[in-house]
Design a protein around this ligand. Structure first.
Ligand SMILES: [Zn+2]
Length: 411
């Protein structure tokens, strides 16, 4: 592969720093190089520095002039539900008319409608739709996503979704980190305890035997999987070698964050209702909070998670889209940056750290992606703006200029 050189970026936002997730005031340190450049060989970053220095090492490399542009590590979206069939347009319209979740579910909407469509879809159809979604992510400047199963809720349908993710890896340049979320909701055909048994004794062993997931996640909420049921599922997953994530304290403060801390989960996600005690537990156990303001916004709520308190407590905060058809139909990290700054009062710099290097660590990939440093993969995005704060400031429009994965242009 020919080498590639990026020169004269108005801001090369490197995120260089300690080899671990960033906390406290570190979230505000972006390692910006003005008139910055980067030399890339064989898909990896070889040198980063002022353009003058980089230019001296250019031999026959392809040159990209990034004058007037910001260059950023590709966004790492650490919480998505990438693979599903159909959409939830009818729910969306009903919600706009003021109908409640219960009314919508009664009318045949809600998660169950997506489960039915996903079960009915062939692997090929699911793959085609997932490919379309994957390209949306790339166009927003995201180069890695975590992707959850969870719209199958039978052994075969959950495996089908995870296999689609595996196939997708070969067909698109978006990097995908698979998570098993069989415990997304209780299957209608079984009692909660029967379904839990299927997840633990049937699904998890197959998922791990076929190496279809790196993480296991649970929707920990009353009416879905309570604390004890969530503990059973996640403990079984841990024993099989999976790392843990969890949907916690989204609708009620039910102790989800504390459970994630108790089990040594990598992340606790959502946390809209988490209080100071929950924040303290996460801190003690080194669990990274993954905040999802897109779903709060799209559901028309105003109860955002307490990002400021979490940053000030010393948590290595992560921001993600929660891309899914029901509560967060957006693949856009720039939109999430806007919401983080306007609704949760993070600074633009904190939001960028949370959606790049901290997100990379939350997927066990901090050593390979999330910052622009020698030895890391050349996954980066070039934006049509001169100051990184513009990414959070202008909202509702695409500022992506081009996107590269492993040194190859994908957008
Ligand atoms: Zn989710």
């Amino acid at each position: 592969m020919k080498s590639l050189v990026i020169l004269h970026a108005s801001q090369l936002v490197t995120l260089s720093g300690p080899q671990r997730p960033r906390v406290g005031t570190e979230l505000s340190v972006l390692g910006i190089i003005r008139d910055g450049g980067m030399l890339i060989r064989n898909g990896e970053i070889e040198r980063v520095g002022p353009s003058d220095d980089i230019e001296k090492n250019v031999d026959d490399a392809e040159i990209v002039d990034a004058r007037g542009h910001v260059v950023l590590p590709g966004f790492v979206d650490a919480h998505t539900h990438l693979v599903f069939a159909g959409n939830r347009l009818d729910d969306f319209e009903r919600r706009a008319r003021g109908e409640t979740y219960e009314q919508i579910a009664k009318a045949g909407g809600g998660i169950w409608s997506t489960v039915e469509k996903t079960r009915a879809a062939s692997e090929r159809d699911l793959l085609a739709q997932a490919k379309k979604h994957a390209n949306w992510f790339l166009r927003c400047g995201t180069t890695t996503v975590e992707a959850k199963s969870g719209y199958g809720l039978t052994v075969e349908d959950e495996l089908k979704i995870l296999r689609v993710m595996r196939q997708l890896k070969d067909e698109v340049r978006l990097e995908i980190v698979p998570t098993f979320l069989g415990a997304h909701a209780v299957s209608r055909e079984l009692s909660p305890d029967q379904y839990l048994d299927v997840v633990v004794t049937k699904m998890l062993p197959r998922v791990t035997a076929e190496k279809l997931a790196e993480f296991c996640d649970v929707f920990c909420e009353r009416g879905y999987f309570d604390i004890d049921q969530s503990r059973q599922i996640l403990s079984a997953a841990k024993e099989l070698g999976l790392s843990l994530r969890g949907h916690a304290d989204q609708l009620t403060n039910s102790g989800g964050a504390k459970l994630m801390a108790e089990l040594g989960a990598t992340t606790a996600d959502h946390l809209e209702q988490t209080d100071g005690q929950g924040i303290g537990a996460l801190l003690k156990a080194n669990v990274q909070p993954v905040l999802l303001p897109g779903s709060v916004y799209a559901l028309g709520s105003s109860r955002y998670p307490r990002a400021r308190e979490m940053i000030e407590a010393g948590l290595a905060v992560v921001l993600a889209t929660d891309f899914n058809p029901g509560s967060s139909p957006t693949p856009s990290m720039p939109m999430v940056l806007s919401l983080a700054c306007t609704q949760m009062k993070t600074s633009p710099a904190e939001a960028i750290t949370a959606s790049t290097i901290n997100a990379a660590y939350s997927l066990n990939r901090g050593a390979r992606i999330g910052s622009l440093e020698p030895g890391k993969l050349a996954n980066f995005a070039i934006f049509d703006c001169e100051d990184y704060r513009e990414l959070a400031y202008w909202f509702g429009m695409a500022q992506t200029h081009s996107v590269y994965v492993r040194g190859g242009r994908v957008v």
